[in-house]
Design a protein around this ligand. Structure first.
Ligand code: ARG
Length: 467
């Protein structure tokens, strides 16, 4: 950069270099093709940093004006698609800084005082992820709303609840959908919590040890909307926990999306026939004219592999790194960006698909009428007649075996037939053997009883501001 003597390298860091960087090295080490996504944050960070340098007497008022004006112009050029990002300038930081120096001269060259790309990249990534946290909170809220809308629409409709994909006990369709409302709610809370650790300013930690110039980190943090500054400059240059934590949140969300996708795949099969996924969310087969395939849930399920993969990439990337910054850390961006793109697209399309989903309630009701799903209710009935639960379990098991032989359901047995298994069974047993009786008896907190589910739907609607 010095006017007096130019070495062999034209880089911003080229002073001590005797020759130009090899083309292969430029190609291998550049990150501009993906980190240009951070330009907005890089510019906002530079403006705040320059403002602080001026307040601290490190920059003149005139220099600051030139820097702010130059950075605003660069931002506008990027937004208009007129800015040319250059690979030989490596990354977003140096592309912008070089453009600034070209525009405003020596004032631009003063911007990097008391700063390193190490705290700069940590800043850009933290600011970007902070915005992403807010975005994901919105996306998750929309997904929750879709679940609650379905729960409201199908209130009172029953379906089999499963364990081991075997019919277990009848439940309300709404109860099932509210299970996903809960999952997405936890996802939201995790992101809100993760945001707290993201939202601390790293700027001023400089390369690793802090700065010898009289900077004021707190005022930069405040100007950029951070809750405070990070505590230890070495930890700060070395830290990517916040990115791992964020991608971990996303991986769990994608896992939830994958589970609902799996259910949609088999619910939409002819064997289940529980749901109709709107045509516009399905595709056909190139050879079999009759096919309507649930590609969207399948793709969401498939993409969970790639999101968990991104998380594993980050863990593996960081596990052996000594303090502080190591260039390996440049490899954090692509998994983070890919996880964000994948999970945001999956969440948005799932919310849309759910809004257009129809349940085949007749088929779901029929499925609860076979498979002895009220067997536990019969056992509970015996418990209320003072039969110890373990004995009741055996009694009902034998009654079920009897039904399997006879080819009928428990509710089809005559009272005398039921009484062979236990004398205490009376006429009132038929109330508990019906699907409705079974569902509505489960009024324990968090249970599928209609009363409980109505309360849960109303509570969710209120929480989401839907009423
Ligand atoms: N492009 C770099 C990254 O993403 C920015 C920090 C570079 N720092 C350095 N000392 N080379 O990590």
């Amino acid at each position: 950069m010095s006017k007096e003597k130019t070495g062999g390298s034209a880089k911003l860091w080229g002073g001590r270099f005797g020759e130009a960087t090899a083309g292969s090295v430029e190609a291998f080490s550049a990150s501009i093709h993906y980190d240009s996504r951070l330009y907005k944050y890089d510019i906002a960070g530079s403006k705040a940093h320059a403002t602080m340098l001026k307040e601290q007497g490190i920059l003149s008022e005139e220099d600051l004006k030139l820097i702010i004006k130059g950075l605003s112009e660069i931002e506008a050029e990027i937004e208009r698609g007129e800015f040319e990002f250059k690979r030989e300038l490596e990354d977003v930081h140096m592309n912008i800084e070089k453009a600034l120096v070209d525009k405003v001269g020596p004032a631009g060259a003063k911007l990097h005082s008391a700063r390193s790309r190490n705290d700069q990249i940590a800043l850009d990534l933290r600011m970007y992820l902070r915005d992403q946290c807010d975005y994901f909170v919105d996306l998750l809220t929309e997904a929750q709303k879709s679940c609650v809308q379905l729960a409201r629409k199908y209130l009172g409709k029953v379906m089999p609840g499963y364990t081991h994909v075997q019919r277990a006990q009848p439940v309300l369709v709404s109860h099932h959908m509210l299970a996903y409302y809960e999952m997405f709610g936890r996802d939201r809370e995790r992101i809100v919590d993760c945001r707290k650790r993201i939202n601390l300013s790293p700027l001023g930690c400089a390369a690793l040890a802090g700065s010898g110039l009289p900077i004021h980190r707190e005022s930069v943090a405040e100007a950029l909307g951070f809750d405070g500054v990070t505590a230890n400059s070495m930890d700060t240059s070395a830290d990517r926990d916040f990115a791992i934590e964020f991608v971990n949140c996303l991986a769990l969300t994608q896992t939830h999306l994958s589970r609902i996708s799996e259910e949609l795949v088999f619910w939409s099969s002819q064997e289940f026939d529980f749901v109709n996924i709107a045509d516009k969310f399905c595709t056909g087969s190139s050879i079999m004219p009759q096919k309507k395939n649930p590609d969207i849930p399948e793709l969401i399920r498939g993409k969970s592999g790639r999101v968990v993969g991104s998380l594993m990439s980050l863990f593996t990337l960081m596990k052996g790194l000594p303090l502080t910054y190591n260039r390996d850390m440049q490899e954090d961006k692509e998994p983070v960006f890919d996880a964000i793109d994948t999970v945001s697209a999956s969440l948005a399309i799932m919310a849309e698909l759910l809004e257009n989903l129809e349940f085949n309630t007749k088929r779901m009701q029929e499925a609860t009428e076979t498979g002895y799903v009220t067997a536990t209710d019969l056992a509970d009935y015996l418990v209320m007649k003072d039969v110890p639960f373990r004995d009741a379990h055996g009694i009902v098991g034998r009654a079920v075996a009897f039904c399997i032989d006879k080819g009928c359901e428990l509710a089809d047995l005559e009272l005398e037939e039921l009484q062979q298994f236990s004398r205490v069974i009376g006429d009132d047993v038929y109330d508990v053997l019906t699907v409705e009786g079974s569902v509505n008896s489960r009024i324990s907190t968090g249970g599928t009883g209609r009363e409980r589910v109505e309360e849960a739907v109303a509570k969710a609607e209120k929480q989401l501001g839907m009423v």
